[in-house]
Design a protein around this ligand. Structure first.
Ligand code: GLC
Length: 540
């Protein structure tokens, strides 16, 4: 990308970027049909400029039957007509870049849609055909092949195998509409390398890799006991060769990767971040942390320590399209991150959650590395309750109806308090219903309220760009009580530091010595102390 190569290597844009995640279907509806689209995003570019983000990550926008919100891709080189056209995507990428905003797209290499040309050809060609070798087709077990080929469990629950009329079964680690590709096949590798070039040629600056640790499979697809046997489909060594060849392509275009790598073993996790592999990966340890000082500090320390030897920047994420919204999560007694096994009707204290989400925003934006902001977090949206008959997420159905699924964080955004559907842009009802409270979160209302979440995010992102202290590569902890997170980021040259203090305890906390108060997530008390569940940025 123009620009990034001019920056000193240690300050390359992706090492410290604020990246805004756009779930296209729910961002803004440009043509009024009830579904968000690229026209909606283009119309809202000024909002994103004003917000102050450096890059946009678009969840999949390709042709898709939307059996899993677009993570079932039927054709990587076509934009889904519900979202727009390829020409429009090209315009959007260029227009955003003119505003200094880069584009990151989402590639889903583990699987395709069952409507993808390859899978349709594989079905038509029948057992034993070369077309089926691109996927994992197997005969079943049992006398008549009536049992699935193994006893693996789908990421969405239940068996990951579906049987066809011709008797063969095919593997899908997610929904049946998402058949897994066979990454041992050279055509699968070639095709993905081609897809990367296709998008890099169109000005895309980065790629998010979906389910990045799941692609490679043990060809025997064996049963296994977790913890005892080598895992047949997670974090297999073959993956590193795949990502090294991807990296060589990205380097030709000065483009970057962010991997969705869910691995509890940090030593294994950072292997993906070696200098000739992925530039970054999502840090789910931090996201999964409850609102507890000790746990958060440990997650921050571990994250920074594990990234240091490979020279990769950390990433900080509070929320995404798969997990419960931050405000709701932090308002609960138990604040796990809830990817799966959510429960209906878990009580939440909304005011508490909002206060903590405000403080959490300042915390995540003050840490060294790149930060991701999921659309609607800057509006402080809570998780929505979706009526049962309107739930679309396959996770709900696959859980036997016990898990509400992920739609509650995917509700169309509120833009204008007084417009139909809170200004989402639809003339007809949006694809997911908005709660009655939505107008009160509308961007136009928050713009006029200096105490709103939106104004907090704007101010924080502006300071994050302007203040010298944010350029410091590391952080140092300051002495504070066990319930207080306090750290400094000192620059070598200017002598200026950023200090961030977050009070997670019950008592107000004294501020450390400082030159100026830059921003607070809530008012200081009369004695100038930091109240419970509040964060402050200071210039040191
Ligand atoms: C990732 C995505 C999620 C999707 C799954 C299957 O976890 O973030 O939304 O359902 O992969 O592609």
């Amino acid at each position: 990308m123009a620009g990034s190569s001019l920056e000193p290597a240690g300050r390359a844009w992706w090492r410290h970027a604020a990246i805004y995640q756009i779930y296209v279907r729910s961002f803004a509806d440009g043509d009024g049909d009830g579904t968000g689209d690229l026209a909606g995003v283009r119309a809202r570019l000024p909002y994103l400029v004003e917000l102050g983000v450096d890059a946009l990550w678009f969840t999949p926008w390709y042709l898709s039957p939307l059996a899993d919100g677009g993570y079932d891709v039927a054709d990587y080189r076509t934009i889904d007509p519900a979202f727009g056209t390829l020409a429009e995507a090209e315009k959007l990428i260029a227009e955003a870049r003119e505003h200094g905003i880069r584009t990151i797209i989402d590639i889903v290499p583990n699987h395709v849609s069952d409507q993808h040309a390859w899978f349709r050809a594989a079905l038509a060609a029948g057992p034993g055909s070369p077309e089926r070798e691109l996927f994992h087709f197997r005969p079943g077990r049992g006398v008549n092949g009536e049992l699935p080929p193994n006893y693996w469990v789908s990421e969405f629950g239940g068996t990951p195998w579906t049987r066809l009329d011709d008797g063969e079964w095919y593997l899908h680690l997610f929904a049946p509409e998402q058949p897994d590709l066979n990454w041992a096949h050279p055509a699968v590798r070639r095709e993905h390398e081609d897809v990367l070039r296709f998008w890099f040629e169109r000005g895309v600056a980065g790629v998010r890799i979906d389910s990045a640790a799941l692609l490679a499979k043990d060809p025997a697809l064996p049963d296994f006991t977790p913890g005892r046997d080598p895992h047949p489909y997670t974090d297999r060594n073959e993956l590193h060769g795949i990502y090294r060849s991807w990296r060589a392509i990205a380097d030709e275009y000065d483009a970057v990767f962010v991997g969705e790598v869910w691995l509890p073993d940090t030593e294994r996790f950072v292997r993906y971040l070696r200098p000739d592999e992925l530039h970054t990966a999502f840090n789910f340890t931090f996201m999964a942390c409850p609102w507890e000082a000790r746990r958060l500090r440990a997650a921050i320390d571990e994250t920074l320590a594990e990234h240091a030897p490979v020279g990769a920047p950390a990433t900080w994420v509070l929320c995404n399209h798969d997990v419960t919204r931050t405000v709701t999560r932090y308002g609960r007694a138990q604040t796990g991150f809830d990817f799966a096994a959510k429960a209906f009707g878990t009580p939440t204290d909304h005011a508490l959650g909002t206060r903590r989400a405000r403080a959490g925003a300042l915390l995540s934006l003050a840490l060294p590395g790149a930060v991701y902001i999921y659309q609607g977090e800057e509006l402080g949206l809570p998780e929505a309750d979706i009526p049962l008959d309107r739930i679309q997420d396959p996770m709900h159905v696959r859980s036997g109806g016990t898990d509400p699924g992920r739609d509650g964080c995917r509700v169309p955004l509120p833009w204008s308090a007084d417009a139909p559907y809170a200004g989402f842009g639809s003339r007809t009802r949006p694809w997911l219903p908005q709660p009655a409270s939505w107008p009160s979160y509308a961007a136009d209302r928050q713009e006029r309220d200096p105490d709103s979440m939106l104004c907090l995010y704007r101010a924080a992102l502006r300071l994050r760009r302007m203040e010298q202290g944010f350029g410091a590569p590391a952080l140092g902890w300051l002495a504070a009580g066990p319930e207080v997170l306090a750290f400094r980021r000192d620059t070598d040259c200017s002598g200026e530091a950023l200090i961030c203090v977050v009070n997670l305890g019950r008592e107000p906390a004294e501020l450390p010595e400082h030159r100026a108060v830059l921003l607070t997530s809530g008012p200081l008390d009369d004695a100038g102390r930091l109240p419970t569940d509040t964060a402050v940025w200071l210039r040191g």
